[in-house]
Ligand binder design. Sequence first.
Ligand code: 6R9
Length: 645
Amino acid sequence: MSQKPSPDIYKPSKEFSKQARISSLAEYKRMWQESIAQPEKFWAEQAQELTWREPWKKVLEWKAPDAKWFVGGKLNITESCLDRHATGPRKNKAAIIFEGEPGDRRTLTYAQLHKEVCQFANVLIGQGVKSKDRVLIYMPMIPEAAIAMLACARLGAVHSVVFGGFSAESIADRLSDSGAVHIITADGGWRRGKVVPLKDNVDEAIKGNREIKSVIVYQRTGQQVAMQKDRDHWWHELTATASSRHQAKAFDSEHPLFILYTSGSTGKPKGILHTTGGYLTGTYTTCKYIFDMRDDDIYWCTADVGWITGHSYIVYGPLAMGVTQVIYEGAPNFPDFGRFWKMIEDHGVTIFYTAPTAIRAFIKAGDAFVENHDLSSLRLLGSVGEPINPEAWRWYHQKIGGGRCPIVDTWWQTETGAIMISPLPGATPLEPGTATLPFFGVDAAILDDSGKECKANEQGRLVIRKPWPSMTRTIYGDKARFKKTYWSDYEGLYTAGDSARRDKRGNFWIVGRLDDVLNVSGHRLGTAEVESALVGHKAVAEAAVVGRPDDLKGQAVVAFVTLKAGFDETPTLQKELRDHVGKVIGAIAKPDDLHFAPALPKTRSGKIIRRLLKELVTTGSVSGNLTTLEDFSVIESLQQRLAKR
Ligand code: 6R9
């Protein structure tokens, strides 16, 4: 079941292609072929551009699912991200232009960032942090979050960043899973004009926990917080007496760099482990080719460092490239939905990377917030996190990109470390809704249940057939789960857990998580497809679709829909929307139930939690783990609405 592809193709503009590193589809194809024939040669060439203390002896040692990249090579990752810029021509170049939610601004040059990281590394040494120790970081989106991560990396300590929107319970879970005994946090952070009480949450998470050796607290918001003697320390007091010189040690290429927790389809979050040399190579190379980063760019990725996008495309990749980037602390709608556009105008942002969920929120808010800002500095846009529905894509392209900026729709995962499928902005023809083609060295394919490659437009499982440098090495402390989750569907192949199809041009269309695929009367139906159809209707702001058991069809389609301002929740509109889906996809996809919802349940990173909706429509209530939910009242109000029917 799929929507007929519309002939809505956007060729790269001559202007962009002329200056791009890869300037035609033919060139991409030639290079991709070569990179697949000899991946080790390709990746070794890329890795050469980074700073190594000792060269590797072997590019790859591979026995699925165990990969070792740049075997025997030694490096300190922060030398590629900081020292080589700070001691060279980028010394006084801005590394970070920070804007706090209240409007405060600060710029850190590469030399300053380097100094701050060295100083904080010395602070950590003073607290007894050693190589391979795990350090939990729970910070607002301020430069110190990156400084803390880089200082850990400089010492070979393994950072585990917990998103500042997560609860005390999540912190406690991650502390116990990772065995971290050092915490870096702040008194609070600003979000929609209010203080997020980070230190209070940490206190709650470690109440009665005697193992915690230190809590370092950056003063951001200035509210009162409890400081426990000998355990809790102010960042500014410790740095005041710390030296800003630090001689970095070199670590093995496979030295662990960080653990980042991500939710799985079941149970407790998985601690995705990444290592050093390969991860750096992957993030650096994708920044170079996919974001086309240049020395005069002002790059802005709106993610939080609590997510993989923040790790790879705020901290490690862009800094390895030596680019200037904007970091923003707060909410996209503070004080109003014009904030991002004002920031792009004020800072002259040239490359902008955000998520479809944000784009849909902007569409819902109305174009007036965009129209009074000059966005002409932009030259490239990016999207990540979920399939971007064509309507959102076109709005982004037209309203934000002025019709002139390519959009790189980047498919990847916490586990892949770096972007895997994406257009190259000067080479790949774009089509709204497809992440297009695999990156260099990425052998992506779509397989059916028997392991055969699917034909054009046939839906199957997305796999990666060859190892790549930034791949996760394990789930921390759970090798068995690692093997089972990613390596057990097909011998020796990585299964992403996404379903997808390829069109005749070879473009990859990600349909959604495999657990989000419904089987309606024997037909496979991606919840994302139905959602995309609904969002294509002028009244719909956002939609979530789940299955519920049905005696006749196997599964029935249930849709939750939030409306744009100016539309009313009427039975007529309900029918109109069902018919609309029928028209776009086919009768089979028509939602059996269509509920209007004031809002949809989301994770703090903005992903709709379909699992909760599914539980709600199946059992009438929700009982599972709700700790990842952004706003609990959303579920409560849906529960009441469904009960009333
Ligand atoms: C980077 C990130 C990974 C899952 C992934 C897929 C979905 C991400 C996407 C996309 C379609 C894209 N996803 N990017 N789906 N098009 N461009 O989001 O990592 O939080 O681990 O999520 O997100 O389903 O499997 P993560």
